[in-house]
Structure formats: C-alpha cells, structure tokens
Design a binder for this molecule. Structure first.
Ligand SMILES: [Zn+2]
Length: 208
C-alpha cells in the first residue's frame, strides 16, 4: 500500500486513494476478496465488533432523539453480511433535521464504540484501529456530505486542531457520550449478537 504525500499540516494520515484521513497509520493488512481488511480477529470477534459499532450508532442516536427504525447484524437486504451490520435510519429526520454536530456524534459513535470494544477486550492494536477508521469511511462521508448540504461554512478537518468541525474533536466528544451510556451500548450489542436484530421499540425501552 502506498500513502500519498500529506497536503495539510496534520498528524493524521491520508489513504492512498486520497479520500480518507485516519488517525492511525495505514496498516499493512491483508484484504479479503471483497475488499475488506483482515484484522486477525476470529469470526465471533468480528461479529462482536460489528455489533458494538452498530449499537454505538443506535444508542447515541436515541440519546439525541434520532433512534433508528431497526438495527441488524445482517446487511441491508437481510442476508448475513460479513462486511458489517446495518442501521436503518429515519433518513428524512436524521439528515435534514438534526443539527450537524449531533449528526456527527451519531455517525462517529460507530467507529468509537468499535475502538472502545477492542480496548476493553484486550484486542486493540494500531492496525485494527486503522481498520476501524477505514471501515467507517461511509459514516465519515455522510458527515461531510451533511455539512455541505446544510451549507455549513466549513469542511470537516482531520486532526488539524481543536476547531469544533475537526473529526478529532467530534471523536473526543463522542467518546464522552459513549462513556455515560456504555452499559446500554453493551446491552444492545449483546441483544444483536443473540437475536441479530433490534427494533425501535426494544431499543427505546433500553435507552429511555
Ligand atoms: Zn457505521
């Protein structure tokens, strides 16, 4: 893997395709045939990682009045999907009626919950942390697109400083939202592992 020259004064790293800034160095990982990084985790560990990623989105979303319709460990079409789970958002309210910073917390909660689960499980490595950032590029793209659509006078920056639209700041704030709700995140993740799906009613009974 090649890494392109950095073009901004940031300690973060730019992916070879130029579209993704990551806190951790692009790792020398093997790739599956469908383009996912192999992280050396067992299949149950990968599933638990996905469950905590999706639970993070759902719990932080519910805390800000944006509970998803349902969350599934399977892909959007309902078939088992090794590439990750699926959170069915109420797109009309999530993308158009959510203040940008709240939307950013909800979107960052997937990668930050996955990162915390790796640490709590003794499985965290810089390479796996990079894989989590890479696997969350769709969430980051959604946050960037929302900033443009909402006509915010900024683009997201990546590890540049302490401005409120820097992703490092969003991640630090998201960690705080997750910290005070971590028991709920792990409960939702376990329900996902047990029954592969959780609907809005059951989610709301857990998140209040
Ligand atoms: Zn996600």
């Amino acid at each position: 893997m090649t890494v392109v020259e950095r073009t901004a004064p940031t300690p973060w790293h730019r992916h070879a395709d130029g579209t993704l800034w990551t806190r951790h160095s692009p790792a020398e990982v093997e790739w599956t045939e469908d383009g996912m990084p192999l992280t050396g985790l067992s299949a149950p560990e990968r599933e638990a990682l996905t469950a905590h990623h999706e639970a993070g989105h759902a719990v932080v979303g519910a805390a800000h009045g944006r509970a998803p319709l349902y969350v599934s460990l399977d892909g959007e079409d309902g078939t088992p999907d090794d590439a990750g789970g699926f959170t069915a958002w109420r797109v009309d309210t999530l993308l158009t009626k959510t203040p940008w910073v709240q939307l950013a917390w909800i979107l960052a909660a997937g990668e930050r919950a996955a990162d915390r689960w790796l640490r709590d499980s003794g499985l965290w490595t810089p390479a796996r942390a990079w894989c989590m950032e890479w696997a969350s590029s769709d969430d980051r793209d959604m946050a960037s697109a929302a900033a443009r659509r909402l006509r915010h006078p900024f683009d997201i920056t990546w590890g540049v400083g302490d401005q409120p639209h820097d992703w490092s700041v969003i991640c630090a704030q998201t960690d705080q939202h997750l910290n005070i709700r971590w028991n709920t995140v792990t409960t939702v993740a376990q329900i996902l592992l047990d029954q592969r799906r959780i609907d809005a009613d059951q989610l709301m009974s857990l998140t209040g």
